[in-house]
Ligand binder design. Structure first.
Ligand code: GRF
Length: 192
């Protein structure tokens, strides 16, 4: 079977991007991450990709929203699947159309709660603590043209205690991300 290529879009430290790169490098399956797209020059993910030998292209918001810029970069790497891992920009409609049901995002809470514009990273965990939730988790979902509202593929939960801070919640959620994200991508697209 022909090798399938994954592009990871990320804006932050890149712990999820690194985990995805390593998972598909280590697993003898027909997929690998061969491209990282980032919208912030100084994001940690840029260094991580370079250390792991994966091409990383930094693009401005305008370049990401321009089909004539973005699509040739993706087709130049023969990208089949796009994984958003802490990517903070809204995905433009032309990309949703070109990669229908082939773009997946991870959200660090149990959607539909704590999703939508502005709900990312620490903001999510702070909102979860402020709401007095007794559990949180991760949601892996397909991407449509709106924030955090595509069909849900997978959720995993973790219990919270009343004295958990946003930092504590982040640690728990990141553990779930490391355990599940790459496996869910594999099971969704590559295990059949
Ligand atoms: C993760 O919690 C992810 O779920 C969220 O943003 C964070 C990104 O972390 N959407 P990293 O850049 O992968 O370390």
């Amino acid at each position: 079977m022909a090798m399938k290529n994954i592009a990871v879009f990320a804006s932050g430290s890149g712990s999820n991007a690194e985990n995805l790169i390593r998972y598909f490098n280590d697993n003898q399956c027909e997929a690998k991450v061969n491209l990282v797209i980032c919208n912030k020059q100084n994001a940690g993910v840029v260094d991580r990709a370079s250390q792991l030998g994966v091409d990383c292209v930094v693009l401005s918001k305008d370049q990401i929203n321009n089909s004539e810029t973005l699509l040739p970069i993706l087709s130049g790497h023969n990208i089949d699947i796009i994984v958003l891992a802490g990517f903070l920009l809204l995905i433009p409609q032309f990309l949703v159309d070109n990669y229908e049901n082939r773009i997946v995002n991870i959200h660090p809470a149990l959607l539909p709660k704590f999703g939508g514009k502005g709900m990312y990273g620490r903001h999510v965990h702070e909102a979860v603590v402020a709401a007095g939730e007794n559990e949180t988790g991760i949601t892996i979902h397909y991407v449509n043209g709106h924030y955090d509202s595509g069909d849900i593929i997978f959720q995993a939960k973790v219990d919270l205690s009343p004295d958990d801070t946003a930092d504590d919640v982040e640690v728990k959620v990141r553990q779930l991300e490391q355990i599940h994200f790459a496996k869910v991508i594999y099971n969704t697209f590559f295990s059949k």
